[in-house]
Design a protein around this ligand. Sequence first.
Ligand code: AMP
Ligand code: MG
Length: 337
Amino acid sequence: MNTQIIKVSPINPEHNVINLAAEILKIGGLVAFPTETVYGLGADAFNPIAVRKVFEAKNRPPDNPLIVHISSSEQLMELTDFLPEVGKIITDAYWPGPLTIVVKASKFIPAIVTGGLETVAVRMPNNKVALKLIEALDKPIVGPSANLSGKPSPTSAEHVFHDLSGKIDLILDAGSTEIGVESTVIDITVHPPLILRFGGLTKEKIEQLIGDVKTTEDLKYKKRSPGTRYRHYAPEAKVVLFERSDALAFNQLVQKYIEEGYKVGYIIYSDEIRPDKNLIGRILSNDIEVYAKELFHSLRDLDLQDVGVILVESVEPRGLGLAIMDRLIKASKSKNK
Ligand code: AMP
Ligand code: MG
């Protein structure tokens, strides 16, 4: 299959491009599209054959359910028969945005979407291309990250092409994504609500609105979100984390891996770390929002430069930093360690 890439304006998506993409979805094809978090791999959520192709293209385990993307609150009511009050409050406040709610699934949703669970994950993305595409199809679309399972999520059309060219019909290219980490996933079928995955919307912002929530760490409920069982976000290179601002640890790690024969790369942000000019790396912003936007891109870039190990400076685990540390810890658990 030849994968087309078409540029589309993020501000004023061209009708002809959106209509072409919607036509592809209508006949069961796959279209990668931008969201404000990362690029998603879209298929008609009510077409089980198309959804199966999403799992195949990504090589995604079948028991890792997909997030269904919607463009209006009415569509939510096609996906569930019951929206708890907290669900109404947080979606009124934070949709469209980087928030995914898990609710009881209506019987109309194909089992392949939910991995056979009784619940479904739903989100309204804050991106005009994504919203227009869903509107044009006039149906919800599934939208897992448009990468190969286990790899860093794609924050540009080039990343999608790198992983999925030849496996999907079309990539809508609207430039780099704004947030750069995935949505926050919260299960509102339980009380208090349970954050299953940290992401673009901080726990603090959710708690401001609906009071205390639990996290899988509080409850050791790891099993509740099927996706968390798998290796994730990992580049080909080995990822090794070190403490914030710890120049000594950084230098020791550099020496150790060079002695072991590795080509060493780094991702850092604090002034204390002063890498040797011969090393390949990225110095990211210490503004956590800018850092998040650049992280996956930097991991992929260093991979393209064939480094064998990437030393990554840890970030403070609060706010968006919780989502980032979650990704980095998972990336560091790669199979080749
Ligand atoms: P992805 O689209 O790959 O960024 O990941 C979607 C995330 O949502 C994964 O961590 C899934 O396990 C989680 N998820 C999707 N549907 C459900 C559900 N019904 N219940 C719990 N977690 C879900
Ligand atoms: Mg993903």
